[in-house]
Design a protein around this ligand. Structure first.
Ligand code: CA
Length: 247
């Protein structure tokens, strides 16, 4: 059973999350201060973290967790208008964010998405194996439709070669490493060029544009690489029965 730690000092918000998560079968612990939450960090599988807490900022808890080398997924709760917090959260190692006010169902959906992509068992099961055991033909998901081969440095969409430049390949490789996760432009720049490289955010936008064009030429949904306004980009998980363009 998945153990979720909610760190939130507004009791109405905490209560609604507790209710929704328990109803969905999660084991939930709630703490309203950083101090109380700290002792629970190693006991949970995922943290839902408010940023403004009575004894400090949620960022401090996130930093502590990452400094301990813990990859426990963290979803931060941010205010509607605070883009800077969202960016800082993602760059500080948060896995996703939810903007207040939110519906508890949205948070549950985000939690499930984060758990899916951070769970090694889910990502590592090839669809071909599941389909031969169940005797059914599985529709392709992102993991089966888009194949990135690091050795040959090739990307294939449903077996069709996507002819990418070195930078476009790197960009796709980073996004593909964590579907649904939003990467800021700075994070993409750092991962692709290294931190000392002098390029601007615009560089990423131009490469994204080319990458999108080439992916859609290979039959991928045009919005597979999605823009998160004011923040960055994500590679979307596919719901293929609706979105796959057949060729
Ligand atoms: Ca708060």
């Amino acid at each position: 059973m998945t153990r979720v730690l909610i760190v939130e000092d507004e009791s109405a918000i905490a209560e609604s999350l507790l209710f929704a998560l328990r109803r969905d079968g999660f084991t939930v612990t709630h703490e309203s201060t950083l101090h109380a939450a700290e002792s629970q960090l190693t006991e949970c599988d995922l943290v839902v973290l408010d940023l403004m807490l009575p004894d400090g900022s949620g960022f401090d808890l996130l930093a502590k967790l990452r400094a301990l080398g813990q990859r426990t997924p963290v979803i931060i709760l941010t205010s509607r208008d605070d883009e800077a917090d969202r960016v800082a959260g993602l760059e500080g190692g948060a896995d996703d964010y939810v903007v207040k006010p939110f519906s508890p169902r949205e948070v549950v959906a985000r939690i499930r998405a984060v758990l899916r992509r951070t769970s090694p068992t889910w990502a590592n099961i090839p669809a071909a194996v599941s389909s031969s055991t169940s005797g059914r033909t599985l529709r392709p998901t992102l993991a089966t439709a888009l194949v990135i081969d690091n050795d040959t440095r090739r990307a294939l969409f449903l077996g069709k070669l996507v002819d990418l430049t070195r930078t476009e390949f790197e960009l796709l490789r980073v996004l593909h490493g964590a579907p649904e996760r939003v990467f800021t432009r700075q994070q993409l720049l750092d991962r692709i060029f290294g931190e000392s490289y002098a390029v601007t955010d615009r560089t990423i936008d131009a490469h994204i544009k080319a990458l999108r064009r080439k992916l859609s030429q290979a039959g991928a949904p045009p919005d597979l690489v999605e823009t998160e306004r004011g923040v960055g980009y994500r590679l979307r998980e596919m719901t293929p029965e609706k979105e796959l363009v057949s060729r």
